[in-house]
Design a protein around this ligand. Structure first.
Ligand code: KG4
Ligand code: ZN
Length: 334
């Protein structure tokens, strides 16, 4: 059974064909980065316009690469939230049209749930119960998934999301957009101990996170250095900043797994592509004989395959969307 997945929640125009929920036949992602880069972040209006321009050809390419005709599809799945409302609407309108014309079910997908489930695509051996850290441009969520795959949110960010912090600091340091990959690369050559940035909420009992203080600390550090006539080594700043984020995420995630008595951690979302996060999480977890899994980088960041794959689980029982369905920009993890 082949399902077409459409993803337009932010600045990736993406479509994929997945067979039987696990076999990725195609996964086409048109990044809009070059159109947003000069603004240092995603401009919602530009994102919507670009989705409109790109989506038809991205869907065509996904079908061609999958050697699949429209008539071969059993369902069409689309992200309905959370995300940018205008961007989401472009994907939903396209999916509605396809579902109507082809007379196949239309399945609305929660973007966060799709990120979480992306890990199962490449690691079928992963079995809940598990603790998942979902870290993206819009969210930082620590969740428990029980053996029946029901999720409970244990904590989330009180202010900035992890990816948002990477993007804002990269913008401040004039490193370009998106900030995560460039800071990840620079940090490899820097000394993370060179500057002691704060690790907010590290010792608090809660599973919540806070990143706005760290952002301010980096900006103050740069301003003070300039005032004192020093030219800070941007590689050290990148490494120390990244370590301050990663160390808290690792500590809280491993603590949650220990306290909830689970032996599996699953990383998800764009920031899960971060090399230091993956390495430090695996190191710390191994001390407690906890396994860590994460998707390949292409499945960490926004993509259509995770949408189509999750839709397979809903194919039999629904719920299906009708033509009056709307997006929900504030959807959270149930
Ligand atoms: O999941 P995603 O593609 O979109 C959202 O749902 O938000 O995540 C995008 C975020 C961006 O903020 C980007 O800077 C970050 O993921 N990101 C990274 C890395 N690759 C992407 N952050 C840290 N290290 C990376 N290697
Ligand atoms: Zn995402």
């Amino acid at each position: 059974m082949k399902i077409l997945g459409i993803e337009t929640s932010c600045d990736e125009t993406a479509a994929a064909v997945v067979e039987d929920g696990t076999k990725i036949l195609s996964n086409v992602i048109a990044s809009q980065t070059e159109f947003h880069e000069k603004y240092g972040g995603v401009v919602p209006e530009i994102a919507s316009r670009k989705h409109l321009e790109l989506l038809d050809s991205v869907i065509d390419e996904a079908l061609n690469k999958a050697d699949t005709r429209l008539e071969d599809l059993s369902a069409v799945a689309v992200t309905i939230g959370p995300g940018l409302v205008g961007a989401l609407l472009i994907g939903l309108a396209s999916a509605k049209a396809l579902s109507y014309v082809l007379e196949i079910p239309l399945i609305g997908i929660n973007h966060l749930e799709a990120h979480l489930n992306a890990g199962f695509l490449e690691h079928p051996q992963v079995r809940p119960p598990l603790v998942s850290l979902i870290v993206s441009g819009g969210h930082t969520i620590l969740a428990l998934m029980d053996k029946d795959m029901k999720t409970e949110v244990l904590g989330s960010t009180l202010d900035d999301a992890a990816g948002e912090a990477f993007d804002k600091i990269a913008r401040y340091l004039e490193l370009g957009y998106p900030g995560g990959p460039v800071i990840d690369t620079l940090a490899k050559e820097g000394d993370e101990k060179a500057i002691a940035f704060p690790r907010a909420m590290m010792d608090k009992k809660t599973y919540d996170f806070s990143l706005s203080g760290l952002k301010t600390a980096v900006i103050n550090y740069m301003k003070n250095a300039k005032k004192e006539g020093r030219e800070p080594d941007v590689k050290d700043v990148a490494a120390a900043f990244q370590a301050a984020i990663v160390d808290v995420q690792v500590a809280k995630t491993v603590k949650a797994a220990c306290e909830k008595g689970v032996k599996t951690i699953l990383l998800a979302g764009g920031v899960a592509a971060n090399s230091s996060l993956k390495k430090k999480m695996a190191e710390k977890a191994s001390e407690y004989i906890i396994d860590v899994f994460y998707p390949s980088s292409e499945l960490c960041t926004d993509n259509g395959a995770m949408i189509a794959a999750l839709a397979f689980k809903y194919y039999d029982k629904g719920p299906y969307l009708d033509l009056n369905a709307n997006v929900n920009e504030n959807l959270f993890l149930a």
